[in-house]
Write a protein that binds this ligand. Structure first.
Ligand code: ATP
Ligand code: MG
Length: 448
């Protein structure tokens, strides 16, 4: 690979210069160097130095103690903030998670040797160029993910690295080296020592990446059986149905790749059919059915997302998308209003997105017709919204108090009457006036 100069942000360049002028080494290191070589825009620029944290704080007027115990100080400059970390060696690992202690060192090579993959263990200096003792640049050009040193030992130190390997493969489109795959297979159960929050964050990165199909690597390596064992059966559940051409897992991962890369949408897609293996039946023509799978999927998703420590709001929203992913909506204004009321207006667009991605991952023979129908539903919904029509109880022109004032007994019946009125208004928005609705309610009472 022809080596070139990397363009460092001004702030990072100045920090390196100040450290150098004061007699210290300083390099850009890790993900930013890797991404710049590949041509991706780095998330952030990290700087490694032999200056101790106390010296870093003396040299720069504005700093924050981000991870001072591990040697990380954030330096604030006019051009943004940068993490500056003292070269370090990790102490022994006893829990497959974190080192017992860290020791500062003055050797850049030692610092690079504690890093997980060769592609993440390259340093760069604006004048000196690259420092690459583990041939990370060659691995970038070969598009290979390879550990620094013996894979099994590195995974035994920190089991999260196994997931990071799959994550980088999904983000960068690199292959995980065969020997590394083998080590993950040998050590996969160690992932159980990692917190679900950290596992969740890596899984999300895989799902929102450009290559969510690489999620299948988690199955191939045996990691998935320790993280989301419920998903495993999807890989062996075939769908003999005119709608489908893939097994449940392949259909699911294709659907993930077809939906936009918002994390809630990707998670909803990942779990939308997870109830299929449990609900599968075959009829006398050998056609498979999965009755009620949307509901089973939603309740399984709830358990899985709880285990993965999702916040309540995201959990509720993802499960709502899954619960409604199968609803049939006719392209008529009344049917669309009813569907919106069912899913919640906040989720309706996303339910349509989920349905679109689901369709795209099914038999292409039905694609055009179904997508056309979805587009018509979306158009109708936009019209409904633009005209401010009532699609929920909150928008109904009467409320419980109005009904009580007009003579209804407080209690359960109020709720039932409101639901009845809403149903009428969803059919015909013209009815949404206080007078008309109270008349309707009155008629209902006298009918009884
Ligand atoms: P991104 O920021 O795009 O997620 P990154 O490579 O910068 O990717 P970070 O988690 O920000 O990843 O870590 C920065 C660097 O620290 C990595 O490039 C790697 O050199 C090192 N590193 C991070 N986590 C580990 C780990 N678990 N084991 C060993 N080295 C690690
Ligand atoms: Mg980073």
């Amino acid at each position: 690979m022809k080596l070139f100069k990397l363009r460092l942000p001004e702030g990072a360049r100045k920090i390196i210069q100040v450290l150098n002028q004061n007699g210290y080494q300083a390099y850009a290191v890790g993900g930013c160097v890797r991404d710049s070589i590949i041509g991706r825009v780095p998330n952030d620029w990290d700087i490694a130095t032999d200056a101790l944290p106390s010296r870093i704080k003396e040299l720069f007027p504005r700093t924050v103690d981000t991870g001072i115990k591990h040697g990380t100080v954030t330096v604030l400059t006019e051009e943004g903030s940068f993490e500056v970390t003292t070269y370090r060696i990790d102490g022994i690992y006893t829990d497959n998670r974190r080192p017992e202690s860290v020791t500062f060192t003055s050797s850049l090579e030692e610092d690079l040797s504690r890093r997980d993959f060769t592609i993440n263990a390259i340093a760069y200096h604006p004048d000196e160029g690259f420092v690459d003792p583990f041939n990370g640049i060659e691995d970038i050009s070969r598009k290979i993910i390879m550990t620094v040193g013996d894979a099994s030992s590195r995974f035994q130190e920190d089991a999260l690295r196994m997931l990071r390997a799959v994550r980088f493969s999904a983000q960068l489109g690199f292959d995980v080296h065969d020997s590394v795959i083998k080590s993950i297979k040998d050590n996969n159960e160690l992932i159980r020592n990692i917190s679900y929050e950290r596992i969740r964050d890596e899984l999300t990165k895989i799902l929102v990446s450009k290559r969510p199909l690489r999620f299948a690597l988690l199955h191939d390596t045996g990691l998935l059986s320790h993280i989301i064992p419920e998903f495993e059966a999807c890989f062996s559940t075939w769908q003999n149905s005119p709608c489908h051409i893939y097994d449940v897992a392949m259909h699911t991962l294709k659907a993930v790749s077809y939906i936009s890369d918002k994390s809630t949408l990707r998670w909803a897609m990942l779990l939308h059919d997870i109830g299929k293996p449990l609900t599968k039946t075959s009829d006398d023509r050998n056609i498979d059915h999965f009755d009620g799978h949307h509901h089973v999927s939603a309740s399984m998703a709830k358990k899985i997302l709880k285990r993965l420590k999702f916040d309540n709001k995201s959990l509720e929203y993802i499960c709502r998308l899954i619960e409604h992913h199968e609803i049939t909506i006719e392209p008529t204004p009344a049917a669309v209003r009813k569907a919106v009321n069912l899913t919640g207006a906040d989720a309706f667009h996303d339910v349509l997105e989920v349905q679109g991605a689901d369709i795209k991952a099914q038999n292409p023979a039905f694609l055009e017709e179904r997508m056309k129908k979805l587009m018509e539903i979306r158009r109708l919904y936009d019209e409904i919204r633009a005209s401010g029509q009532c699609i929920s109880l909150q928008q109904l022109a009467v409320n419980g108090r109005d009904l009580i004032e007009s003579g209804f007994e407080p209690g359960k019946e109020i709720g039932r009457v409101l639901d009845y009125l809403l149903d009428k208004v969803l059919e015909d928005p013209e009815l949404n006036s206080k007078q008309k609705l109270l008349e309707l309610a009155d008629r209902l009472r006298t009918c009884r």
